[in-house]
Design a protein around this ligand. Structure first.
Ligand SMILES: [Zn+2]
Length: 248
């Protein structure tokens, strides 16, 4: 009798243990799966490119601006420098001729959302709408949108943003050098900061819209020739990416 009871208790214990083990295993598998998904999504972010070539990608956010974008374009043309413009959708619709000029000058266009809303903690639907409306605005302004690059406003993102951008075929581009031009600290300070920080493969953040960008233009007038004297070339993001397989 006692033996039978013990057997019964033992059987129950085995069943419970097996179930617990299975459940733990399932949890571990699920956790590993979500870690892999996070890692895959994170690998879709580019801040810098490892290259031995003296290449730098200048990027300009928040345009176009009817006042400052033409000045940036003239400056880039003067130094035969190429850049990438992360345009805001509603502004692209307002100034399609400036987006067209950016392309005609062989610069690259990236998607910076339609309305420049911060995307973290937004619903999937809202994030997707910002991405697609941004894309459609570029389409409408210049008849095509071949951009593969997306930069979330203020560089802020979460897992949802990364996943949706990836699903839509975008690489998320951040930066390795922030010029700090957005805070208008003085052109000399912006230039000194960028010149002290820049190395091969860097992606540099500037703005061609969002307030008075005179300091940005003045800083670029110092930064571009100084870096050219050091042997640097200014290329689009695609050209920078082509220079290596390693992006981080
Ligand atoms: Zn922005």
């Amino acid at each position: 009798m006692i033996t039978n009871q013990l057997k019964w208790v033992y059987s129950i214990a085995v069943v419970v243990a097996v179930n617990v083990a299975l459940q733990m295993n399932q949890n571990t598998v699920a956790q590993a799966g979500s870690r892999i998904a996070e890692k895959t999504a994170a690998s879709n972010i580019v801040r810098h490119v490892d290259t031995s070539k003296k290449l730098v990608a200048l990027t300009f956010d928040d345009g176009p601006s009817e006042t400052f974008t033409p000045q940036v374009l003239e400056l880039l043309a003067k130094y035969h420098a190429k850049a990438t413009f992360f345009v805001i959708g509603y502004r692209a619709k307002q100034y399609p001729q400036l987006v067209a000029r950016e392309l005609a000058d062989h610069h690259e266009i990236g998607n910076h959302t339609y309305s420049h809303v911060i995307l973290t903690h937004k619903s999937e639907r809202r994030i997707l709408k910002e991405l697609l409306d941004g894309h459609n605005a570029i389409m409408e302004s210049v008849g095509a949108d071949e951009s593969h690059y997306f930069r979330p406003p203020r560089g802020r993102f979460d897992k949802k943003v990364l996943q949706l951008a990836r699903n839509e075929g975008y690489k998320v581009i951040l930066w390795s050098v922030d010029s700090g031009d957005w805070s208008n600290p003085g052109a000399a300070k912006v230039a000194r900061h960028v010149l002290a920080k820049v190395h091969s493969g860097d992606i540099v953040l500037f703005h061609d819209q969002g307030g008075n960008r005179t300091q940005t233009i003045d800083a670029l007038n110092q930064v571009i020739p100084a870096l050219e004297r050091q042997g640097y070339h200014f290329v689009t993001l695609s050209e920078l990416m082509k220079s290596t397989e390693v992006q981080k």
